[in-house]
Design a protein around this ligand. Structure first.
Ligand SMILES: [Zn+2]
Length: 261
C-alpha cells in the first residue's frame, strides 16, 4: 500500500527465466525488470520478449528514461534495439539514455548504429562509477566474474536503496559490494556448477546471510532452479536465514513500500 502522496516505487519482473534453456523454451518468460522509481522509469536487461511482456502489461516504452544492460549476453540484451525504438517513439524523438559495459558497444555492438543517434546519449558502465537517470542514481560497484564484462547495480531513490546482483560466479568481494533493503539476485543454478560462472542457491544463501537485507528476491532461473520449484527454495531460505526471501514470478510487481514495515 502506498501513501496518498508518495510516488510509486514498483519493480515489475517482465520475466524470470535465465540462461539458455529456459529462454529458448520460454518455460519462463524473459524480458528483464521494469523499474518505476519516484516517477522515473528504467528498463533493466531487456532480454528476449521484453517488447511483448512490457506492452502486454501496459508499460510504455515512451515513458522510459533509460535502459541499462548489465552485460551483453542474449538473455539480457536481445530486445535492446526494439526497446530503444519504443523509448524514442520509433526513433522520431531523440530521448533516453543507454547504459552498457564497453564490450556491449564496441567490436560487436548489441545496439544497431542507426539507433544510437535516436538516444540522448550512451554511458559506458565501469567498475566503481556512479550514474543518474531522472530521480534515480545507481552505482556499478564491482566487475563480476562472468564470460563477458558484467556489472550489478546498487540503486538509490529518495526513500530506498536496493541491489541487483547480476550474473556472476561467487567471489570474495561480491557481498561487500552490495547492500540495501532489498537484494535482487540472479540465481541460475540450484546447485553449484563450478566451471560455469553463475550463482547457485548456496551462493544466494551466503549473500543473504551476510548482507541481511529486509527482503531478497530470487530471479533469472535456469532449468535446474525451475524444476526445483523456486518458491519452495525461497521458503526454505527464509526459514534458514530469517530473512524474507521471495521467488519472483513472471509479471510479479514488487512495491518497495513493502520494505517500510
Ligand atoms: Zn550472462
Amino acid at each position: 500500500m502506498k501513501g496518498k502522496s508518495s510516488p510509486e516505487n514498483i519493480i515489475t519482473f517482465l520475466g524470470t527465466g535465465g540462461a539458455r534453456f529456459t529462454i529458448i523454451s520460454q518455460v519462463l518468460a524473459s524480458g528483464g525488470l521494469w523499474l518505476n522509481l519516484d516517477g522515473t522509469e528504467i528498463l533493466l536487461d531487456p532480454g528476449p520478449g521484453c517488447i511483448v511482456q512490457s506492452t502486454k502489461r501496459k508499460l510504455r516504452g515512451a515513458k522510459l528514461s533509460g535502459i541499462i544492460l548489465s552485460h551483453r549476453h542474449l538473455d539480457h540484451s536481445a530486445d535492446v534495439n526494439v526497446m530503444v525504438e519504443a523509448m524514442t517513439q520509433g526513433g522520431f524523438k531523440r530521448r533516453g539514455w543507454l547504459f552498457a559495459p564497453a564490450d556491449a558497444l564496441e567490436s560487436e555492438p548489441v545496439i544497431f548504429s542507426y539507433l544510437k543517434d535516436c538516444l540522448e546519449g550512451i554511458e559506458v558502465l565501469q567498475e566503481g562509477k556512479s550514474y543518474s537517470i531522472g530521480n534515480v542514481s545507481f552505482t556499478t560497484p564491482i566487475r563480476h566474474i562472468h564470460p563477458v564484462e558484467t556489472y550489478g547495480m546498487v540503486f538509490t531513490t529518495a526513500e530506498h536503496t536496493f541491489s541487483y546482483i547480476a550474473d556472476s560466479r561467487y567471489f570474495d568481494g561480491l557481498c561487500q559490494s552490495y547492500g540495501g533493503e532489498l537484494l535482487i539476485i540472479n540465481v541460475v543454478f540450484e546447485k553449484p556448477r563450478p566451471p560455469i560462472d553463475h550463482l547457485s542457491v548456496p551462493d544466494a544463501k551466503r549473500i543473504i546471510t551476510e548482507l541481511k537485507p529486509k527482503a531478497a528476491i530470487l530471479t533469472h532461473f535456469g532449468m535446474t532452479m525451475w524444476r526445483a520449484k523456486p518458491w519452495e527454495i525461497a521458503e526454505r531460505l527464509s526459514e534458514e536465514t530469517g530473512i524474507r526471501v521471495i521467488a519472483a514470478r513472471d509479471g510479479m510487481r514488487f512495491d518497495l513500500s513493502q520494505l517500510n514495515v
